[in-house]
Design a protein around this ligand. Structure first.
Ligand code: GDP
Length: 435
């Protein structure tokens, strides 16, 4: 997803606009101590394009020096991360010193910028916005956060400037593998171990923004691309200070992947943070493999692996389908088990099942355990068909979708999985009315 960042001084009205853009979609607030706290991101959609939107945040500040420092940090983050920057200014305050500072930075970056002049409560009164042509970013857009006016025009302008689509494309037969997980779980080590060499981390080239390092490689006749966000951490001072953007990068890496390796530190066990990112892979319909790393450092007996597996199953119930691989990136012990599992789940992720087999299985399932009745009415399952892959998506035609209960859908899913494997991939089942 492309990223739109909103920058501007405190009190210029950023969060009001942010909220209007994301509507009732969920905003994620990252409350990290330090200078960059209160960064918020969400998703929006306009003219058929979906995008992420970041409010580069409010920080309490005292004095003009602090203010300048703050706007600099914001602008730096936006320049590094965003595809389009919405630069908010205040019609009532005019162009301030801080605005000029941001202008200089945005100008140098060459990123597309849309100037949003907020607090123009009467959009007819264009006098209020003329001075903002002087910033040099083209036509300013007059908006009112308070009245909700002008937002559509602003989004028209911002979405128009978004880059076309993904730049990086790979052949169909290349398996795209994202390596994700919390800091220090051993992602970089795992990437190096897979690639079989100490990779050189390229230093930041000014003006280029990349979300991940893509490394193509080939093993036993299969081509892969490793999408690695870990190495990026070392790239810039801004990046180091922003946990938040590491989450964003992981999300983007997941969106581009076929298979997501969810790396967990075997020494530490599972932490809540592990769940968020794995959940994102699930929701985006990606195949997943749990990789329990640092297995060399764990004191084990013959039950340890089973216990750890159980714990993963308890914490990630929604990802019951994902296989678990225990290994050590450092000693490379059990490393050879990983790629065969990746191959397998990638295959299942792209699996297409014949309609007649699917319907036989569903008919059997319905015969063994008929759907429950609801107020005297019974769900009737007529037929099913797979409509897409990556992830496999199945439409189930029924007499009335309202009669399909979650538990019964789960039952059908389990029956389908029992017959076709589908290991490592989420399955999507949708019910449609058709008698
Ligand atoms: P990242 O932040 O997820 O990329 O983690 P790194 O790859 O930088 O590794 C973090 C730390 O864990 C480093 O000190 C590694 O040497 C160590 N580490 C990584 N993999 C293993 C492993 O398999 N076993 C052990 N014992 N340590 C590991």
């Amino acid at each position: 997803r492309p990223v739109i960042a909103i920058v501007g001084r405190p009190n210029v009205g950023k969060s009001t606009i942010f909220n209007r853009i994301i509507g009732d979609r969920l905003a994620i607030v990252e409350d990290k101590p330090g200078v960059t706290r209160d960064r918020i991101y969400g998703t929006g959609e306009w003219n058929g394009r979906s995008f992420s939107v970041i409010d580069t945040g409010g920080i309490e500040i005292d004095g003009e020096d602090e203010l300048l420092r703050l706007v600099r940090i914001q602008a730096e983050l936006a320049i590094e991360e965003a595809d389009v920057i919405v630069f908010m200014v205040d019609a009532k305050a005019g162009i301030t010193n801080a605005d000029e500072e941001v202008t200089r930075m945005l100008f140098r970056s060459g990123k597309p910028v849309v100037v949003a002049v907020n607090k123009v409560d009467n959009l007819q009164r264009m006098d209020d916005i003329y001075e903002f042509y002087g910033l040099g970013f083209g036509d300013p857009v007059a908006i009112s956060g308070a009245h909700g006016t002008g937002i559509g025009d602003l989004l028209d302008a911002a979405v128009f400037k978004l880059p076309e689509k993904e730049d990086q494309t790979y052949d169909e037969d290349v398996i795209k593998v994202a390596v994700i997980g919390r800091p220090n779980v051993g992602k970089s080590s795992l990437v190096n171990a897979i690639l079989g060499e100490e990779r050189v981390i390229v230093s930041n080239v000014a003006g280029t923004t990349r979300d991940a390092i893509d490394t193509p490689f080939e093993k036993d006749g299969q081509r892969y691309v490793l999408i690695d966000t870990a190495g990026m951490r070392k790239r810039g001072k801004v990046y180091e200070t922003t946990e938040k953007y590491s989450v964003m990068r992981s999300m983007k890496a997941i969106e581009r992947a076929d298979v997501v390796l969810v790396v967990i530190n075997g020494e530490e066990g599972i932490i809540d943070q592990d769940k968020h990112i794995a959940g994102y892979a699930h929701e985006n319909g990606k195949a997943s493999v749990f990789v329990v790393n640092k297995w060399d450092a764990v004191e084990k007996d013959d039950k340890t692996m089973q216990h750890f597996s159980n714990s993963i199953r308890d914490h990630f119930m929604f990802m019951h389908y994902a296989p678990i691989v225990f290994l050590s990136a450092m000693t490379k012990s059990r490393l050879s088990k990983l790629l065969p599992v990746v191959n397998h789940v990638a295959e299942q992720h792209a699996l297409r099942v014949p309609t007649h087999l699917l319907n036989d299985i569903i008919a059997d399932a319905v015969a063994v355990t008929p759907p429950p009745t609801d107020k005297g009415r019974r769900l009737r399952v007529n037929y099913a068909t797979q409509v897409s892959v990556k992830p496999p998506t199945i439409l189930i035609f029924v007499n009335d979708p309202e009669l399909m209960h979650f538990s019964y859908e789960r039952y059908l899913e389990n029956k389908i999985r029992a017959s076709f494997d589908f290991e490592g991939t989420p399955l999507r089942l949708f019910t449609r009315r058709k008698s």
